[in-house]
Design a binder for this molecule. Sequence first.
Ligand code: SF4
Length: 694
Amino acid sequence: MSGGCDIRSTCPYCGVGCGVLLRPDGDGGLQVRGDPDHPANFGKLCSKGSALGETLGMQGRLLTPQINGEAAEWDETLDLVADRFTATIAEHGPDSVAFYVSGQLLTEDYYVANKLMKGFVGSANIDTNSRLCMASTVAGHKRAFGTDTVPGTYQDLEEADLVVLVGSNLAWCHPVLHQRLLTARAKHGTRIVVIDPRRTATCDAADLHLALQPGTDVALFNHLLTQIDAAGMVAPDLDATVTGFAAALAAARVGDVSETGLSPDDIATFCKMWTRTEKVVTVFSQGVNQSSSGTDKVNAILNCHLATGRIGRPGMGPFSVTGQPNAMGGREVGGLANMLACHLDLENAAHRKTVGEFWNAAAPLPDTAGLKAVDMFRAVGDGRIKALWVIHTNPAVTMPDADAVRDAIANCPFVVVSDITGETDTARLADVLLPATGWGEKSGTVTNSDRTISRQRAALPAPGSARPDWQILTQVGQRMGWADAFSWSSPAEIFAEYAALATAALQHGRDFDISGLTGMDDAAYDALPPTRWPARAQGSQQRFFADGRYFHTDGKAKMLPLTQRAPAARTGPKYPFRLNTGRIRDQWHTMTRTARAPRLSAHLAEPFLDINPADAAAMGLQPAALVQVRSPQGRAIFRARHTDAVAAGQVFAPIHWTGETAPAARVDAVIPSANDPISGQPETKAAVVAVEPF
Ligand code: SF4
């Protein structure tokens, strides 16, 4: 500890996973500062993290369970939840129920939810809002490496000579990692390339900004692969570690890089920088993931690193930065509908056997993927899902085609919502509200983007009768008849079981190794320092792929033949604009927490639509005028900002405002639910819309 009263914890916002020091202020709140000893941030915090103490408080908190809007006791509420889920399963089968959870959950919460649904209900209908965040990266990693392995670390960005940021506004969305990059650049002149249709704050420090046409990343990286080959930069011993090079190169040669809309000079400059710099890290984020071709985009990037052997070595490699604080932990415990715990595969009988036996599961584990987020809410809408439990997320606002999702939830026979507040758009539709503890009150672990497991620790008492999510899920599992399997009394016990399962799973030769964390007692768990996995009990902790071995059965990585595909929705006379969406610097998701800090809201106070001045002039739109955005899915209203940061024909709107904060500015109401066919991740950055004065 740094000071007698400091409690070490982790910021609850982005996937950088910064360490914080908490000190109760004696008035029910917390003083928050950066943890100088945390390896993600070394004491630094961004605007959101440094305002954490201002976002606490009881305003709007859900303090007691509610049934149909009336306060209720915990016992009767938990009985009702267990009874309704049990009765629905008995009458309609296990696939008639679903959990929709969140990358905000702690790993222990995630583990219990996943065990309950896949091991005991007997369905794989558990998915997470991380599906909207990085599912394409998971699918891309698995196709290339055989496992969902993030090969590099934050330190690699600091050691690189060239950092390429693809679909990432790192300066606003992962600010502390961006600061680390800029510090490294000041020391040794790292060059930075930003690949993004929009000119963002991240471009301010870039040597080159490639404002490519939306959705054309595969064309660009396919072309780069051809230039790698032409420059003689293919790794000489490639066949020893990688399959698929010839097919990938042949597919790349068929591509047409002019689809990117970039100038030949810019393309040539980028390719020269990439091919001539050995230490290159390619960072990718939501601009890659949130696409109907997101998985192919990921693999197009991985192809280039595999072909050159620029992976598994310091200062080089592909690097996915996750949006949420525990998107990675959710992947590790199998919180997605198509995954099993500990990076095992649902479709693999031997993997299911290991997990099922370890859990002493009530039923055979499902052998096929459950409903992924978009399909899950379609199933809610058409009546296949009859009981839904939503935990710490707000799909009535955040799912694509949000109006249809809101209507589906409203018509679902039984909806449970666990959250810190009952005032979200989704919570208002629930039959049962369960008050959960929030950040600062709950305890467990999270994993950040570079695989570092850190503790979140409680520094405040639970408000009202709020309970931690793991406990609520455990108590429902007990009431559904599985008391032995759901008998934990602390997050430490859950983590111990999880680590033991992970160790048992090592027989299958997967990447996820936390065997060095098995057997921790409560004190050791309490004291757990930030720990990057693999955290092996035995053997070296060497970086992934340094030995040229991957996790496909032949031990090799796979390059994929890829073809550029345009976004699913096409612009035309009726919907002439391409709508991009994203975060702003000082808000988080639907602002449940960040809207409480006036200084955060002062940055950008209201929902806006960025539009190119030429487009604004063509429609006679005055600066700051209200505009209506229409799509086949719905409509939303914003205040126009004229800026050449977006190209003509493109517009940008932030994701944060909801039915609570700006009822007409729910941007997901205009987003179609077009998915990547492999990852199931929806394309939330390439809707087509009409824009008109309001
Ligand atoms: Fe929190 Fe991310 Fe900011 Fe770090 S960079 S303080 S994790 S929001």
